[in-house]
Every structure is written in structure tokens, then in C-alpha cells.
Design a protein around this ligand. Sequence first.
Ligand SMILES: *[C@@H]1O[C@H](CO)[C@@H](O)[C@H](O)[C@H]1NC(C)=O
Ligand SMILES: *[C@@H]1O[C@H](CO)[C@@H](O)[C@H](O)[C@H]1NC(C)=O
Ligand SMILES: *[C@@H]1O[C@H](CO)[C@@H](O)[C@H](O)[C@H]1NC(C)=O
Ligand SMILES: *[C@@H]1O[C@H](CO)[C@@H](O)[C@H](O)[C@H]1NC(C)=O
Ligand SMILES: *[C@@H]1O[C@H](CO)[C@@H](O)[C@H](O)[C@H]1NC(C)=O
Ligand SMILES: *[C@@H]1O[C@H](CO)[C@@H](O)[C@H](O)[C@H]1NC(C)=O
Ligand SMILES: *[C@@H]1O[C@H](CO)[C@@H](O)[C@H](O)[C@H]1NC(C)=O
Ligand SMILES: [Ca+2]
Ligand SMILES: [Ca+2]
Length: 827
Amino acid sequence: MNVKIYTLVPHHSLEHASLHCFLLPFLLLLLQAWQGSCHPQCLDYKPPFEPRQPLAFCKEYSKFGCCDLEKDGEISVRFYTIMANFDHSGFSTCGKYIRNILCQECSPYAAHLYDAEDANTPMRMLPGLCGDYCYEYWHHCRYTLSLLLEDAGSPLQFANLTALLEDDRTKFCNFLELKDKQYCYPNVLTNAELNANLGSVREDPQGCLELCLQEVANGLRNPVAMIHADDGTHRFFVAEQLGYVWVYLANGSRIDRPFLNLTRAVLTSPWAGDERGFLCIALHPRFTTVKKAYVYYSVSVKREEKIRISEFTLSTHDENQLDHSSERTILEVVEPASNHNGGQLLFGHDGYLYIFIGDGGRAGDPFGKFGNSQNKSTLLGKALRIDVDNNDDGAPYSIPPDNPFLGEKEARPEIYAYGVRNMWRCSIDRGDPTTGQGRGRMFCGDVGQNKYEEVDLIVKGGNYGWRAKEGFSCYDRKLCQNSSLDDILPIFAYPHKLGKSVTGGYIYRGCQMPNLNGLYIFGDFMSGRLLSLKENTTSGEWQYNEICMGRDQTCRFPKLINTYYKYIISFSEDESGELYFLATGVPSATAKAGVIYKIVDPSRRAPPGRCSIKPSPIKIKGKLIHFHPKEEFVINKKPTTTPVPTTTRKSTTTKKPQRKPIIIIKPPMPTRKSIRKMQLPPPPPTTIAATTKTTITTTTRKTTLLTTRKTTRKTLPPTTKTTLKSTTVPTTVQMAMATTPATTTPTGRPTGSPIYQTYSTDYPNSMLTINPDTRSSNYSTTQQQPNVRTNSTPTRLVHTLPRGLSTSIRPGGLCFCTLFLLYILTA
Ligand SMILES: *[C@@H]1O[C@H](CO)[C@@H](O)[C@H](O)[C@H]1NC(C)=O
Ligand SMILES: *[C@@H]1O[C@H](CO)[C@@H](O)[C@H](O)[C@H]1NC(C)=O
Ligand SMILES: *[C@@H]1O[C@H](CO)[C@@H](O)[C@H](O)[C@H]1NC(C)=O
Ligand SMILES: *[C@@H]1O[C@H](CO)[C@@H](O)[C@H](O)[C@H]1NC(C)=O
Ligand SMILES: *[C@@H]1O[C@H](CO)[C@@H](O)[C@H](O)[C@H]1NC(C)=O
Ligand SMILES: *[C@@H]1O[C@H](CO)[C@@H](O)[C@H](O)[C@H]1NC(C)=O
Ligand SMILES: *[C@@H]1O[C@H](CO)[C@@H](O)[C@H](O)[C@H]1NC(C)=O
Ligand SMILES: [Ca+2]
Ligand SMILES: [Ca+2]
């Protein structure tokens, strides 16, 4: 490293150019310090994208990169400004170097090339070149460096420096080189590893999709649902199990007055895993005109436990509060046991209200001759569909005329589908944003008994099999073998080795993460796994991939995190279709350990401007509670010492100095200045920082010295070998379940025995029923996914709590609670 550089920085220029002078010594240091592993990232610290229009100048980054057409235009202006200093031969010799160097701002690896991946460390002024390329550049066009540096906004302080650098090849390339042979320009373009699947969702070697998260809200007590009003306000409404619904504004602030406070009526308990409580809320699909909300909760009436679906009207004097005196009961169903209370409420695209009711409880649907779920005379174990429009006079709801079992004697007319056990979280597909494909499909997660958790696509009149079947396998052999069962199999089921209580999710149809379009993202409450399914539209099969948190570099973007609390309670979609999930570290209705996470794809974003939203204003009464994230951003974490497993780089002999934390506020982008007005180029870009330096007179140095020599050397243009892919690459991991016929039989389950005694033996049994032909055989229930926050022992629970909450937890009760929880979810 050339230490002389230190002395080259004139002291008097430190005042207004202190930043750059300060940067310089570090640049060389950082060149050496870079550790190789890198990820696609732009200079604005965000993932790359596909520009909305193809680029005209830096064309090679039209498919995927960091520039939109506007930025591309600015770069071309800068290029022609610089090139105005050259004669024809200079232009033809040096043009390509200048162009290539300038265009690296559009590279998907721009942040890496400029050493801008960490917002807390200084950034290079020019992209890091590979040694060979630097030598070639020096050889032919060394005197253009000052022009580039001038362009980079540091003309004066480098005037003397560049003169020195330009004549000394070693110094010159020390300054420009990125020592890492694989990741410098232009090698970065041809590095197979960096370019394989560039722009697709990143996958780990096991095919697990690496996504990141953003913390959106915290301190919630078992957040069971999050919905929006679809009214342009981009508010979201978050329900807590104990009976509160809170309004969060688009910017994350929460209104201190509850939208709804039903705590007095709601039946629940602080017991971890209590399935009773406030379970769901749905707003009328035309909420702007029909200001009604529907809620689903547990009540105790004369010592009888029920679920109640009721209707509330919006307060006339506060848009962020329901009129608490307006409650009107729509429907009540008696619950024979405290578990399996269903709890999903949603409006279909047909405008009808769908209600998902559990089988009543206990284990194995023991009620009646063949259980509740197959018995169409009861509402238990069903998906219902009712019409709540125009109900102001008379009955609280009516039956849609095309409900499937209307004509069937003994069948309840509300039934839309049956054979469900305890559907926990359903959603409706918005459809592909451009083709509309998939629109209106209804997905549910149905919690299993002893072996399998399943995901179903709900259709009118469908029989989802329970208790004849659990997943694809027979549960009640007699019912299962009856040819008149005519049931609909799940689109996917997973064994209890992967998780023991499915939480249904959403098909992503948002705007900000184009890679995720069409991906059904869901999870498991018990194991904390995030899972995904993607339909192969030609074969109709659903391909499974686990979702894991991006490691190391993958989530090193501002505000992103890569850990979450393991009890995944619910998923949610905001008004623009972005996806969230709600999880907690302590699944008790009184523990403030719940967090809302937004799911973020670090591999690709939508082009700038496409997803901008403008929340319509809303009158706020009461105070606002601003959001303060509690989780540590990946970017602020100490870099891990574990080497990146995927790099093929040979270990270099040079010692790797520890990167020092340097506290410098970094300019958001390397702001460039077009110093001279040129006649050639299109109008100069608007720049922010060009105020003080506009009077610089540049020596119109002709680079004739070297340029007259024709370059015979093979040029290294930004090779067109950039194999940019825009499609999600499927993984090889398939859950065999999806095609496994129902041949397995229930084994060793003591049906009929009193549940309060069976659950403890029931539970271990379920672990033995592992389907050997699934990937899951390499997982054990105790093995946790990396980066999932887990509480394997009660004593460690406290560590997983958000700061300041540990006092509200009683570790003593947890052991019991966990047992109870296990029972209740699996029984
Ligand atoms: C460049 O060097 C000359 C002579 O050594 C000196 O007078 C001038 O101030 C230097 N310029 C800068 C910007 O440091
Ligand atoms: C969020 O928006 C509300 C209403 O527009 C505003 O009053 C509040 O200050 C904002 N909160 C933050 C943190 O900016
Ligand atoms: C909610 O209602 C309960 C009982 O009706 C009351 O005690 C409590 O203070 C209310 N909470 C809030 C935040 O208004
Ligand atoms: C079906 O459910 C109804 C209502 O709960 C009940 O009266 C009836 O006995 C059940 N039928 C059978 C066959 O179990
Ligand atoms: C099969 O199911 C039908 C209808 O539920 C019932 O009538 C019939 O008795 C069943 N057959 C057997 C063999 O159980
Ligand atoms: C979809 O299924 C078809 C037919 O089975 C198969 O040929 C194709 O490779 C699959 N596509 C993907 C992306 O897996
Ligand atoms: C389990 O993983 C090991 C290595 O990770 C692999 O060799 C083995 O084939 C896997 N077993 C199954 C059943 O997938
Ligand atoms: Ca129940
Ligand atoms: Ca089923």
C-alpha cells in the first residue's frame, strides 16, 4: 500500500473537501480489506431492478441493474462532457474505458464496485477495476483519470495527486484496483457464481429461498390478524387475541385509542396456546361506503362456550374507531371443546362473507357418528358463506342463492365447503397483476391431527376430507375407504417433522418484490418455519421451497433483519399487496412479545417509481405512538467471521485487515457534476452539489500522447456475457407429498380414549410417522432453522423477548404452558 498518498492531500483543502480527502487514505485500506463475498446492491443501498425502459447508453444493464433511463441519461451526459476533451483518436481509444467506468454505476454490483455496501464506511469515487484492466487502461489512457475524478466531484484536491498517479503505474492501479480478482470490474461480469441466477430469489444450497424481513410493529400481544380497509388510506388494523384492534397509519405510527376494545366480552386466558379469544376481523369490501366491520371471537354465555360473529358500525365521529354500542350478532355456534375454534373471516370477490369454523375440538373429531366435519347438519368443521349486505332490516344475513347444499335436506344452507378440521388462516388470491391469472382462488391452511399439516384450495361444495383423511393419508379408515367420500386433496401437505400447526398465508401479488409474484408464502406456528409453494401452471403441480432468512451479506441492506420470533400466528397483505407475518416469542394473549414483519426480497426490487403510493389523508383523534424498531439491523451487526461457503476464490496469502468502523456520513449517491456546459451532449442532469465548483477551468488536455497508437490488445468491453435472468429458478426440492396417494394408515393412535390423557402419548407418536420420501427426513422437530428465534428451554425465553419486556413474563409458568400449547394444537 502506498502510504505516500497521505502526504499528497493538501491540508488547506480539508475544509470544504474534507470528505474526499478523508476518504482517500481509507480507500486503499478498504481495497485490501474487502473480503470478497458480495451481493447485488445499488448505490442507493437497495437491490437492483429491471428498468422500466431499456437503457440507451449503458445498454448492458437494461435487463437488470441499478439505473433507470433517467440515470442512464445522466451518465451519457457525463460521458460526452468528458469526451469533449478528446480528439477523434482519443475518443476512439479512450471512449470505451471512460464509458465502461462510468457505466458501472448501473451494474447490479455497483455497491460492491464502489465499496458502498456498508452505509457506515466511505465509498470509492470510481469503481474498482481488475489489475489487468487497470493496466490496460493506464497503458492507453492514463491521463483521463483526472477527468474522471473531476467528474466524480473532486477536481481540485486531486489535481496534484492525479498528476503523480498518472505517471506511476503501480500507484495508479493501487488507486483504482479492487484487489479481489473475482469481484472487480470487468471480472465481476463473467464470474459464474455471481451471475448464476442473478436477479432471482437467492437460494441456499438446499434450495431454501433466502429472504429478509423488516420490522413493522412490535410489543403486540398475540397479534392474530392484520387487515386493511382498501380505502386508499393504507392504514392497517391489527387485532390482538385478548380483544383489541389497533389502527396503524401508513407510516407505522399507531393511534393510541383502540379501533375496537372487546376485551370485556372476549373469552380467552393468558395460557400459551389458548385457542379461544378474539380471532379475526374483516371490513366490508366497500368500506368507504358501507362502514361496517365483522368480528369473530370466543364468548362464554351462561357457562357455555361459543364463537360469535358479529357486526359493528364505524363511529360517526371518528374514522379510526368502531361504534362500540353498535354490535349486532350475526351468528353464534356452540363450541363443544375449548380448542379448534376456527377463526377466519373474509370477504370473497363475490362480496359474500366467508366464515371458517373448526370441528369443535378435542381430538379426532369425535362428535356424532362420523364427526362434525362430515356432518352437514352442523356448522362445525365447515367453511360457510353468507350474504350480509342489505341486512339493516330483518335477518342479520341471507343465504346466497347459489350456495351448494341449499337443496339438500338436513344440510345447513350456510355451508360452502366441509370436511375441514381447523382452518387457520385463509386468503384470496388477487391474481397476477398483468394477466389476472389465479384471481379469486381461496387458500387455507388446515391444521392436522397427528401427522400432516395441509394447504387447501377451497372450492364451492368441496369436501376436504377430515376426519376420513388427514392430509393425503387416511385417518378414519372406514370413512376413508367409502367410495362416496369424493373429497378434494390438499395442494400440499407436510409431515410433523417440519411443523405441527400450519398457518395459512398469501399468494404474493404486491408490487415491490417482482420475484415473489405468484409465490404462496405460509408458515408453521410450532416449528417457526416459513414455507412457500409455487404453481407450475403447465403441470398444475405445486412446488415446495422452504424460506429461510438470508445469511451474511444477503440481508445487509438498511433496516433489514434476518431473525424472527418463532410462533408464526398469522400472515397479512397490505393495501398494495405487500406481505407480512405476525409472530411472537411467547404465545400468550398477555405477553407483549408479538412483532409484525414485512417480507422483503433482497435480490430484486421493482423499478423506482413503480410502487410509489400516496396514502389518502385521514383525520386522527387521539395521540400517535411512533414506531421504534427493536431488532438489530443486519447492517449494524458485527460481520460474521464465518467464510461465505459459496465462494470459489482461492485463499489469498495477503492478510485481511479488519475493517474498522468509520463513522462518516456518506453521500447518498456519488453525485456527479457536469462541470462544463458542452455542446455535444443532451441537457445536463440536475445535480445537487454542484454549487461551489462550477468555475473550474479544466485544462483541455489532449491525450494524444498515447492515443495515436492503435490498440491491438483485445478490448474488454462490458461483455455481453451477462447472463441476467429475470425468472425465479425452480429448485429441485419437491415435496413428494403432493403426489403421494392416500395409502398410509393411521397407526398407534388411541382414538376414543379421553383426550386429556391421550395427548401426552399422542404427541410423541406423531413424531414417528415420518414419510421417508420427503426431504423432511433430514429434519428433526428439535432442529431449528438457522436464524429462527427459538425458545428451546423456558429459561432462555427471556432472551428472545424484545428489550424491556422480560419483566412481564413469568418463566415459571412456561413449562406447563408449553405442554398445554402442544396439546391444544395437536389434539
Ligand atoms: C498543487 O501543487 C502546487 C505546487 O506544488 C501548489 O501550489 C498547489 O497549491 C497544489 N494544489 C492543490 C489543490 O493542492
Ligand atoms: C405519521 O403520519 C401522521 C399523519 O399523517 C403524522 O401525524 C405522524 O407524525 C407521522 N408519524 C411519523 C413518525 O412521521
Ligand atoms: C378496554 O375495555 C376495558 C373494559 O371495557 C377497559 O377496562 C379498558 O381500559 C379498555 N382499554 C382501553 C385501552 O381503552
Ligand atoms: C349431525 O349433527 C347434528 C347436529 O349436531 C346431530 O344432531 C346429528 O346427530 C349428527 N349426525 C350424525 C350422524 O352424527
Ligand atoms: C358410505 O357413505 C355413505 C354416505 O355417507 C353411507 O350412506 C354408507 O353407508 C357408507 N358406506 C359404508 C360401507 O360405510
Ligand atoms: C412444469 O411442469 C412441466 C410438465 O411436468 C415440466 O416439463 C416443466 O419443467 C415444469 N416447469 C417448471 C418451471 O418446473
Ligand atoms: C440427508 O442429508 C445428507 C447430507 O446432508 C444426505 O447425504 C442424505 O442423502 C440426506 N437424506 C435424505 C433422506 O434426504
Ligand atoms: Ca372448540
Ligand atoms: Ca383435508
